[in-house]
Unconditional design. Structure first.
Lengths: 107, 1003
């Protein structure tokens, strides 16, 4: 039962208020993409042991989608941020790098 | 002889006697008694029979860890099986009965299982029931059904009520013994918000029984002073009778409060489930004493030494008049000394250690107790209760020894910290060689949202087994938890207790260590599931090495007590059998709940009508008054059909279909999803969402649309109306409204967030009524107001206006193939409009119709239904809906996926109509078979039936289905097998059975 801070409401939201949405920052492949690229967009996920960027919706709250950076092993939450970005905030990436020296980065 | 003494009994109030019944007999106890203490005080040693061998069993413990003394409590709607007598507080009129025996506790037929024990070894159900196969149904299954299960199932609905409660705390302390009190005081002193909970009805835990001084006071007085101090603190909440039973991610703690168990009735909820969020959780859960594994250690009268001491000191109950104490550590001497000072006889202390010089042993010797070193028990005499023991050398084989007469045996195999809550969320353990126990490894705590450990342990739960050590540890834990939560520095000193000199424990896992097979088959590890030393050793010989596998094979630790007493002993025996150190074997996984939790508490208020609230349309009451046969559709209730007189639902559907085709029908379509999409980029957005073109839809017109997901599969359909220049109204399926609204928001917020579009789900703001049939226009004209002629309002248009005085939005859309109007009004006017239409239709043969008629009408027309023709693997092209896919658009959700090779394949199953040759109705879910068989010997398939009905219009069965190359095989006859009947022959036909030209809806 995770708690994540909704960056819109500013409240600490219980997991029961949230709906998970899988890996964040996927780049949409569409008409014109190769079969491999499109298949990868549909099905390939990082599923990392460690730092993970994921999508959540505050479905029983404000209804907004947001992103969370979280460790899948320790459950540490590095931060949450609005979904209207195509990459995580630089400060957050720097913070995670500092905490997890061996981390390969979000891409 | 187990008796109530004149003295002792710190928890009972002798001025308040009360009577209760056990197995129909009346017993007397006192306020403060548990069911176990009251029964033991009346010499009722035997409290139940074991699960597998039906051996006579008495209480072996005094608390939540009790495996044997399970009873059925209460009667009727308040009956509950498998309740531990040791944690049940008595009240006047309590009714309890023992379990697992027939016809009575004393004379039990099932005890014959004991004689066949060698046929019921570890994993017997994998071995015994193998062959012959026919014996399964006739012999094995009836036998298992007869013997399986513990206790009896309640026969009446639960008469009690339950509730959930939410709580937030900076620090939650689980356990109200002296360690919990010390931790709570230290945390509270930092100023943070503290919650302290205790499973029993009393604060202080074991310390008042074990004795000792804290801060110069008797332990009991220190407990009282500490409780008073915490009660006075404004930042501390305290709860008794509350078990913190599970720790989950990010400081989520669940606790079970037994509010009304000790005073049943209507006044209060019986149980409360507390859902607690805590910044830090301090587990001051104490330690559990381990039994010793000697032959006959399950005979009533053999009890944990600490439990025997509890019964004596807390409830004034002497389990025996002449006791033998058997131990491998110092603590059991406290029991010997307590019995001696109560004027009872201690026959001997058998200490497995070769030489005992500890101060406690010396004190026992000085009190005149005989201490026999290097000894253990070779056998227990007596069947229904202890009559003596055979004292043998621990290092021998138990062959020869000295018989000692006694009526009770107090055993102690050492102590195991209660690490359950620590471990629930991933806290790791380490093996403490000196104290022969697993204890929490503080360096590997479960981590929380901030990356730091959020569970801390306190006192003996940390492995600090002495009073002084435990208090210091608990104080440090409470302080650290408070500081981690932003509490201020506190100068409060840790409580002090005198240091105790002790002699180390000598681990003893089998007693005596050279015991032969006959003895090992009588050494119980798991009392509740009847698992013995011999069973675990057999599992090891048969190749079981993992402790998790051995647990499941032998059922060790799988009973309702979850192995609280058996776990460590079992894995130690397994380690010995595998010749490996205990840490190499490891423990099984600790999972919540720590103790059983009532289903009522888990459900809370979500029972009966509150389990899943029903969504009702504004016209619901009318449907009910007109004999609606209800159908659940999502959370909605919709009329399936309206029954008249003695009609069956099928009769009613036939009547409604015919009447709608011939006269006029009325349908409550309010459940239909209605989502408004608005904004300068709304058209562009809808073009991405629908396969068709919505941006070009003129204002005032309607268009049928299909929605796919990114995988290309059809997820919803409905009619879209353009309300004005930048506003569209999207109708969705009844079940799809919330899902499709969420789907729109997801794409808007996470992909096209710079598009200026707003969505609003207005499903419940409008009532929508469909007036359907050749006389529909006449009904509307009778209401007066808007021009509803074909010229003013042609098919697939909409208009806003006034109809019979109601402000309406009128849609000329049809899901039946008939002349049809759908009228939307504000929800509050839904019933009034329905009534007016109903009145106006009386002279025109109007009838309401339900969802089944809607289905039949649409199937006759070959219209698809989301969820029937689609199942998440169907694309629009499969359904012949290419006409609803725009060729002009560069992109829409699903477009790229629909060009993947498998999606574009000619071999996909595609929609056709199926007409049975004999006119019968094909069963739901039937398949169309092909020639030959597949690699698994199953019939090859070439299609499946998606919708099948009796058509009252055509007076024959009609169906739709997806068939390989279907549209190219018109006229071909295919075979559809049925279950238990002859195969059906059906002809592939066009899916539109009625009015193929669509003339009737466009009039």
């Amino acid at each position: 039962m995770l708690i994540l801070e909704c960056p819109y409401c500013g409240i600490m939201a219980d997991e029961t208020e949230l709906t998970p949405g899988g890996e964040a920052h996927l780049k949409r492949a569409t008409v014109g993409s190769t079969d491999d690229a499109f298949e990868s967009y549909l099905f390939d996920r990082k599923n990392p042991k460690g730092v993970h960027f994921e999508r959540w919706r505050h479905s029983a709250g404000c209804g907004k989608w947001f992103h969370a950076a979280r460790s899948t092993t320790t459950l540490e939450v590095y931060g949450t941020y609005a979904a209207q970005v195509s990459e995580p905030p630089k400060e957050l990436v720097a913070k995670i790098k500092k905490k997890c020296p061996g981390w390969e980065g979000w891409q | 002889m187990s008796t109530r003494l004149e003295s002792l009994g710190r928890l009972i109030d002798r001025s308040q006697p009360m009577t209760f019944t056990f197995n129909g007999r009346s017993f007397k106890g006192y306020a403060g008694d548990t069911l176990a203490s009251a029964l033991l005080g009346a010499d009722q040693m035997m409290l139940g029979r074991s699960f597998k061998y039906h051996r006579p069993r008495g209480a072996v413990a005094s608390g939540a860890e009790e495996p044997n003394a399970l009873v059925g409590l209460g009667q009727g709607g308040r009956f509950e099986p498998d309740q531990r007598a040791t944690t049940t507080e008595i009240f006047p009129g309590l009714v309890a009965k023992s379990q697992n025996h027939w016809p009575s506790l004393e004379y039990d037929i099932g005890a014959v299982n004991s004689l066949f024990a060698r046929f019921l070894p570890a994993g017997f159900y994998y071995k015994t029931f193998m062959a012959p196969p026919a014996a399964w149904k006739t012999v094995f299954e009836p036998f298992i059904r007869q013997s399986a299960g513990l206790g009896a199932v309640p026969e009446e609905p639960d008469a009690d009520r339950y509730e959930h409660l939410y709580h937030h705390a900076d620090v939650a302390v689980v356990g109200g013994g002296v360690a919990g009190l010390a931790a709570a005081k230290a945390a509270a002193a930092t100023g943070v918000k503290v919650l302290l909970l205790e499973q029993s009805a009393h604060w202080g835990g074991r310390a008042p029984v074990d004795g000792g001084e804290i801060d110069g006071m008797a332990a009991e007085d220190w407990v009282s002073a500490s409780v008073a101090e915490l009660e006075a603190a404004p930042n501390v909440t305290m709860r008794l009778r509350m078990q913190g039973f599970g720790v989950y991610d990010h400081g989520y703690l669940i606790a079970h409060e037994r509010v009304g168990d000790h005073a049943p009735g209507e006044a209060a909820p019986r149980h409360r489930l507390w859902r607690i969020r805590a910044g830090r959780i301090v587990t001051a859960t104490g330690a559990l004493e381990r039994p010793l594994a000697f032959a006959g250690n399950d005979v009533p009268g053999v009890m944990l030494a600490s439990a025997m001491r509890d019964y004596l000191v807390n409830w004034g109950v002497a389990i025996g008049r002449r006791v033998v104490v058997v131990t491998n550590n110092d603590d059991a001497y406290r029991t010997a000394l307590a019995f001696k000072s109560a004027g009872l006889d201690v026959a001997a202390v058998l200490d497995a250690r070769a030489s005992v010089i500890s101060p406690l042993a010396q004190a026992a010797r000085e009190a005149g107790i005989s201490v026999l070193e290097g000894r253990g028990i070779g056998a227990v005499k007596g069947r229904n209760r202890v009559s003596g023991v055979l004292a043998v050398r621990q290092q021998g084989d138990g062959g020869a020894g000295e018989e000692i007469a006694c009526d009770a045996v107090a055993m102690s195999g050492g102590w195991s910290p209660v690490v359950h809550l620590w471990s629930h969320c991933g806290g790791k353990l380490l093996w403490d060689e000196a104290d022969a126990m697993f204890r929490p490894d503080p360096a590997r705590a479960p981590s929380g949202a901030d990356g730091a450990g959020f569970v801390l342990t306190a006192g003996s739960a940390s492995g600090a087994l002495t009073l002084a050590g435990g208090l210091a540890d608990a104080h440090a834990a409470g302080k650290a938890a408070g500081r981690a939560m932003g509490g201020k520095a506190s100068r409060k000193a840790a409580p002090k207790a005198g240091a105790e000199a002790s002699q180390p424990i000598a681990p003893v896992w089998i007693m005596p260590e050279g015991a032969g097979p006959a003895k090992r088959a009588k050494m119980w590890l798991d009392f509740q599931n009847d698992v013995k030393v011999s069973d675990v050793q057999l599992a090891a010989r048969e190749g079981y090495q993992s402790v998790e596998h051995t647990k499941r094979y032998t059922t060790l630790g799988m009973a309702t007590d979850q192995g609280k007493l058996s776990n460590i002993n079992g894995l130690a025996v397994l380690s010995q059998a595998l010749s490996q150190p205990i840490p190499a074997t490891g423990t099984t996984t600790f999972r919540p709940p720590y103790t059983p939790v009532s289903f009522g508490a888990i459900a809370g208020e979500a029972a009966g009508e509150l389990f899943q609230p029903v969504r009702q349309t504004p016209i619901h009451a009318w449907h009910e008054a007109h004999h609606a046969h209800w159908e659940p559709v999502g959370h909605w209730r919709r009329p399936y059909a309206y029954l008249r007189g003695t009609e069956t639902p099928a009769d009613a559907v036939t009547r409604e279909v015919v009447n709608t085709r011939e006269n006029v029908g009325l349908l409550d379509a309010s459940t239909l999803g209605k989502i408004v999409v608005k904004g300068p980029d709304a058209g562009r957005f809808l073009d991405m969402l629908y396969t068709g073109m919505m941006s070009t839809l003129p204002v005032g017109k309607c268009r049928y649309g299909l929605m796919c997901n990114e995988n290309g599969f059809l997820i919803d359909d409905g009619v879209v109306a353009r309300l004005d220049d930048d506003t569209w109204l999207c109708h969705t399926t009844t079940g799809g409204a919330d899902r499709i609204h969420a789907h729109m928001e997801e794409w808007l917020q996470t992909e096209w967030w710079d598009w200026r579009v707003y969505t609003a789900n207005l499903t419940e703001q409008y009532a929508q009524i469909a007036v359907v049939g050749p006389k529909a226009r006449a009904v509307l004209e009778a209401l007066g107001g808007m021009d509803v002629s074909r010229e003013a309002l042609p098919f697939m248009t909409w208009a806003e206006g006034e109809l019979g005085g109601f402000p309406v939005r009128l849609f000329r859309i049809s899901f039946s193939g008939e002349l049809s109007y759908e009228i939307a009004v504000p929800a509050s006017m839904g019933q009034a409009l329905w009534d007016r239409l109903w009145q106006a239709g009386q002279t025109r043969g109007i009838m309401p119709y339900g969802t089944e008629t809607l289905h039949v009408l649409r199937a006759e027309k070959g219209f698809i239904m989301i969820g029937d023709e689609t199942d998440g693997t169907v694309i629009p092209q499969d359904l012949g809906l290419n006409w609803a896919i725009s060729k002009k658009k560069d992109d829409y959700l699903g477009k790229r996926a629909q060009s993947r090779s498998f999606m574009a394949s000619e071999d996909r199953w595609r929609l056709v109509g199926l007409e049975t040759l004999d006119g019968s109705v094909i069963p739901d879910g039937a398949y169309v078979v092909a020639e030959g068989r597949n690699a698994n010997g199953q019939r090859n398939m070439q299609g499946r039936v998606t919708s099948t009905y009796y058509s009252p219009t055509l007076k024959r069965g009609i169906a739709m289905g997806l068939v390989a190359h279907g549209p190219e095989r018109m006229g071909e006859v295919v075979t559809i097998p049925t279950i238990g009947g002859p195969a059906i022959k059906a002809k592939i036909v066009d899916p539109v059975f009625y009015d193929k030209e669509g003339a009737k809806q466009d009039v």
